[in-house]
Write a protein that binds this ligand. Structure first.
Ligand SMILES: Cc1ncc(COP(=O)(O)O)c(C=O)c1O
Length: 443
């Protein structure tokens, strides 16, 4: 079938769109045709400034030449090869690169195709780790309210966003949740990490008292949760969580699908916050969003626990047809080169202050009840309209896209911003001045 991929489709009914109000969207579609650098181009030819790095994933910006070239070359050289009892060079090379970027004991990498799969993989590794060490009774998993860990049954079970859970019946058994750390009454308009709430990590100690540590396999948290509207860890919170895990032999998993690859400065949130988990999940920025890919980084201790028994025995009965896919791995290697050559993991440090000042300049505008920021992430929370939660932020989103050629993201009444790390000061200025106008217009 011949078609022009940059032209609006004549029919929109067959594509059941994910996480989208399908009928509303199809009545007034927002269609992107091409992209380069900081900008998308819409099917009606408008240049749209991307304040969301796609969906928190195009950290190096769009259509970066090295990535385009690597993907084109790889698909023509080796389009696919299995990694079950077979191999090809790329995932080995990529795994070494990732291990070198990660905090020290995280030396082993299991590849997946998405963040959701990385989360399910990490949860399964945690459960199996305890079992191979003779502690198979550690089956309980602990997540956190407002957590987002993708959409697999494991991820929605440990996740804490009600709409992602309530429609889908039974969750994994034996899951419990820590309280979330969003506290506008004490922390509204904090710059960077909030001051109050480290003690919320003690929820884990409370759950240990309830269930006994001998039944708990792992705790999973996002260092900063993005999807629930940017929830930051209070100062000292992650350190406290790590200490409680250590005290009780519980594995700590950081879901770094959003915080990985320069978003908050450095390669991973673990590095920026100085807290090293036992497992890290990542995706998105791993391949700059160009080809789907996720990964789990595991500590030596976790990995080595599996490397016993007969050498001809498979150590972990888990994997995906596309684990370590050659085209995805080529995209990821070129992505890591681009990050390194352009110093993109430093951008959040270099631009962080200007970004923070520009975001907090919106304080005082009508209905703005909180502004949160860290690295190159910012959230502006609006008071909901009476009886119509989410409507005010959606109006801002709509106006930004249709009237002001700016792509932002909204979750409920929170506007979440996460631009490509190549953003320049003038573009930061444009994002926040446009937001100021549209927030006033939606008052
Ligand atoms: C923290 C976190 N974990 C997991 C996921 C799921 O990733 P994917 O959509 O690639 O399955 C996301 C996606 O936004 C995420 O933010």
């Amino acid at each position: 079938m011949r078609f022009d991929p940059t032209a609006a489709p004549s029919e929109t009914s067959a594509f059941w769109m994910p996480f989208t109000a399908n009928r509303q969207f199809k009545a007034e579609p927002r269609l992107l045709a091409s992209a380069e650098g900081m900008y998308y181009r819409s099917v009606d030819g408008r240049q749209i400034l991307d304040a969301t790095a796609g969906l928190w994933c195009c950290n190096a910006g769009h259509a970066r030449p090295k990535i385009v070239e690597a993907v084109s070359r790889q698909i023509a050289t080796l389009d696919y090869a299995p990694t079950f009892q077979m191999g090809h060079p790329l995932p080995f090379v990529l795994a070494e690169r990732l291990a070198d970027l990660a905090p020290d004991p995280l030396r082993h990498v299991f590849f997946t195709c998405s963040g959701s799969e990385a989360v399910d993989t990490a949860l399964k590794i945690a459960l199996a780790y305890h079992r191979v060490r003779g502690e198979g009774q550690r089956t309980r998993l602990i997540g956190r309210e407002k957590g987002y860990h993708g959409v697999g049954f494991g991820g929605i079970s440990v996740g804490g966003m009600v709409n992602n859970r309530k429609f889908f019946g039974a969750m994994l058994p034996g899951v419990d949740h820590l309280r979330h750390t969003l506290d506008l009454s004490r922390n509204a308009f904090s710059r960077g990490l909030p001051e109050h709430g480290a003690e919320l990590a003690d929820d884990l100690e409370r759950l240990v008292q309830l269930h006994d540590a001998s039944t708990i396999a792992a705790v999973i948290v996002e260092p900063i949760s993005g999807s629930a509207g940017v929830v930051l860890p209070p100062r000292g919170y992650l350190e406290r969580l790590r200490a409680i895990c250590d005290r009780h032999g519980i594995l700590l998993i950081f879901d770094e699908v959003i915080t990985g690859f320069g978003r908050i400065g450095g390669a991973f949130g673990a590095e920026r916050f100085g807290v090293t988990p036992d497992l890290i999940t990542c995706a998105k920025g791993l391949s700059n969003g160009a080809v789907p890919m996720g990964a789990v980084l595991a500590s030596r201790q976790v990995h080595d626990a599996f490397m016993h028994g007969p050498e001809n025995a498979i150590e972990l009965f888990h994997g995906y047809t596309y684990s370590g896919h050659p085209v995805a791995a080529a995209a990821a290697l070129a992505t890591l080169d681009t990050y390194e050559e352009e110093g993109l993991f430093n951008r959040a440090f270099e631009l962080g202050q200007a970004w923070e000042d520009a975001a907090h300049a919106l304080r005082g505008l009508p209905n703005v009840i909180d502004i949160r920021n860290h690295g190159l992430i910012a959230a502006i929370e609006l008071a909901p309209r009476e009886g119509s939660p989410g409507a005010r932020a959606y109006e801002v989103f709509r106006r930004c896209f249709h009237e002001r050629d700016l792509l932002i993201r909204v979750t409920g009444d929170v506007i979440a911003l996460s631009p490509p790390l190549i953003i320049e000061p003038a573009q930061i200025e444009r994002i926040f001045s446009t937001l100021a106008d549209t927030i006033r217009a939606a008052a």
